[in-house]
Design a protein around this ligand. Sequence first.
Ligand SMILES: [Zn+2]
Length: 340
Amino acid sequence: MLLAEARDACDTDSMIPPSSPVPNAYTGSPLDRASERRRDAEWLAACRHDDASRFVPMWRGKVMLRGQGGAPVAALLSGAEAQACREAERWALLGLQDGVAVFAADLGPEHEVAPLPELGRFEDLRTVVAGLDAGEAAILAHARGLMVWRGRTLFCAGCGAPTAPQEGGTMLACTRCGTHHFPRTDPAVIMLVTHRDRALLGHAQRFANTAMYSTLAGFVEPGESLEEAVAREVFEEAGVRVARARYHSSQPWPFPSSIMLGFYAEASDEAIRVDGEELTDARWFTRAQVRDRASGGFDIPPPDSIARRLIDDWVAAGESKVEALPQTPPKASLWKPILK
Ligand SMILES: [Zn+2]
């Protein structure tokens, strides 16, 4: 059987989409990361003083937007505007945009008041991403992830001595033992669990929105495959056994340092036992209930999240296949069970 046929067979069985054609938020950066230039100190110095170079200012984990109101536009400073960024102690090369160097610069947590108010305002990236250009959102996410890591890696985890930036600020070396410290990215799985025509959504105590129901998620542990992490997290949080899991897409999540790996997971049955710690409630929802959530009195995550993408793609897949499905006989699943 060809791969495409196999995929179609799976889709027909489960009515869940194989992957998303639409990019997730924080992806699609226009930058060439130019890793081969990071060790060229002379070139880096010239770029930092070049008026054409662009600087992405950060302050206390927040990103800078142009103006003091209105639609969000990322502040990419250049020329005289960028002087405070050139003087920043903590900076890093993000890459090249159309041959022009782009740097991130942390304007310093020591400032009680947001710096450069004449140039813009600092905001939490998550609160403005929905209105941002996708490429700008990806650049800001890149800058945030790198600068937050720099701010949290001031000392060597091995010997406790101060670290010093190398390779354009994208790597840190211990000043005593020489250990190299690279930016960390913590893998986390996020999964929409389905069973027949229903999907499992949970409510966690930590949700600011008390009506929010979302996909389950958790960090991958050492010595664990992604599929095993999916099955473990779902069972730990909701007591639901996962029979099989399939990758959907990923999303950088620099809050502070994750990448979200999106999966669809098929449950063996619908018995639920919430753990009461991560989740305080979990329920099975039909597509119609998700579509009509306003009258059901619950919310789902915002459109910029991979959680929402997983939910929306599942709802859309059901709608597009409901008419064709009765003519199609069920086919044997091609997925291997990951839990017996
Ligand atoms: Zn060290």
